[in-house]
Design a protein around this ligand. Structure first.
Ligand SMILES: Nc1ncnc2c1ncn2[C@@H]1O[C@H](COP(=O)(O)OP(=O)(O)OP(=O)(O)O)[C@@H](O)[C@H]1O
Ligand SMILES: O=C(O)c1ccc[n+]([C@@H]2O[C@H](COP(=O)([O-])O)[C@@H](O)[C@H]2O)c1
Length: 192
């Protein structure tokens, strides 16, 4: 089986994430795709504003009807800083016979060489990246053994930080993320 993992803070989840997930599922013929919310993403410790519970609830609300998208709460249960290598060791033990793919936005590529235990990580998973508008994919530091694939995705210019800023400025989130996520953000008064 081919299994993909899209890790992130999902603060909040938006259509950029969901379309990226679908693009990769389709183009790489994945059998399963897990969204993996981080307890604390290593390189942006101060950006996340909502609790683990809120971010997980929004992800569930966004995907509960879609059997193709699964959520792994492994990093949330583990807590602390969510290093991908720790999660991938766990997933590799769980799915020893399968091909594992870690999905990232192109903005992550220049930082990849700084990820924890990257030389072990590249042995355990293949990487798939998607370009993002306004984030030109820069040449990245060569990483020995990196298996890197490009997904020809839809180039959706949405980011979680942009949506948090919109809420703060009293602007609507309509058409940026699923209606149920918007209703949850309003009911919990998030990002104000
Ligand atoms: N619009 C998008 N298109 C493609 N990939 C995306 C998009 N938005 C996020 N990603 C990727 O999804 C993963 C998780 O993203 P994350 O949850 O940090 O959201 P974000 O929108 O990048 O957040 P922020 O604006 O707070 O930095 C990252 O690898 C990121 O590059
Ligand atoms: O393992 C690392 O060192 C590492 C460094 C930076 C980012 N990541 C992972 O990349 C994913 C996206 O991170 P971010 O910063 O865009 O929320 C998320 O799953 C992080 O855990 C992982």
């Amino acid at each position: 089986m081919k299994i993909g993992f899209l890790g992130g803070s999902f603060d909040p989840v938006h259509f950029g994430h969901l379309i990226a997930a679908q693009d990769v599922l389709e183009q790489f013929h994945l059998d399963r795709l897990f969204l993996v919310p981080a307890a604390q993403a290593p390189l942006k410790p101060n950006d996340v504003q909502s609790t683990i519970e809120d971010r997980l609830t929004m992800l569930q609300a966004a995907t509960e009807w879609d059997r193709r998208l699964e959520i792994s709460d492994y990093e949330l249960r583990k807590g602390g800083i969510s290093y991908t290598v720790d999660s991938v060791r766990h997933f590799k033990a769980q799915y020893p016979q399968d091909e594992l793919f870690w999905i990232i936005g192109g903005d992550q590529l220049p930082l990849l060489h700084r990820w924890k235990d990257i030389s072990e990580l590249v042995q355990l998973v293949e990487f798939i990246f998607l370009e993002r508008p306004k984030h030109p994919v820069k040449p990245h530091v060569e990483i020995d053994g990196l298996r890197l694939h490009r997904c020809d995705g839809h180039l959706i210019e949405i980011s979680s930080s942009q949506l948090r800023e919109r809420v703060k400025n009293g602007l609507s989130l309509h058409y940026f993320c699923p209606q149920k996520v918007i209703a949850y953000i309003e009911s919990r008064k998030l990002y104000r």
